[in-house]
Write a protein that binds this ligand. Sequence first.
Ligand code: IMP
Ligand code: MG
Length: 178
Amino acid sequence: MLIDGKELKVLRTENEIQERIKGIGEEINKRFGVEDEVYIISVLKGSVMFTVDLVKHLKMPLRMEFIRLASYGNDFTSSGKVRAVDISLPDLNDNNVVVVEDIIDTGRTAKFLVDFINLHFKPKNLIFCALMDKKIKRVVDIDADISGFEVDDKFLIGYGLDYQGYYRNLTYIGYIDV
Ligand code: IMP
Ligand code: MG
């Protein structure tokens, strides 16, 4: 496929993604008892594909919450500022919380969210789970508790990640050289 005249190369196939998500699901299952209630907090829009595939593997009673944060300033780089578009959350005090993110890039979004939750609530457990981790781009000190793939500094598209709002529905993760 061509995007703006550039070839979209495959980074992770649909099979690789689904296999890894199954593994992540098992890891989350191990951290909780089968009767522990969990709040899944999914960060829209990028995490939507990952979230729906991940929760299918989870065995505990869970509730799904969706919040919307924005950080990307232009097409390819983070603006450096995180904007809370919609961050309405239930009472997370004394609850098990799993945050589900598509990708940690600079880390600002992840840090903003973890700080926000810890400022307003005292969760019993807070696990930050990201499908992809661009470690090399980190500017703030934050790490995922569980991450799917470490990825290079490439602009990624597909499986939730967009380019100008499009291509989130791709079943694989691709990249274009920019
Ligand atoms: P951070 O705040 O810099 O860590 O950026 C995190 C957010 O930027 C992610 O949740 C993504 O939505 C978006 N993002 C980061 N890298 C990419 C990419 O390669 N393609 C598309 N979106 C990205
Ligand atoms: Mg995101």
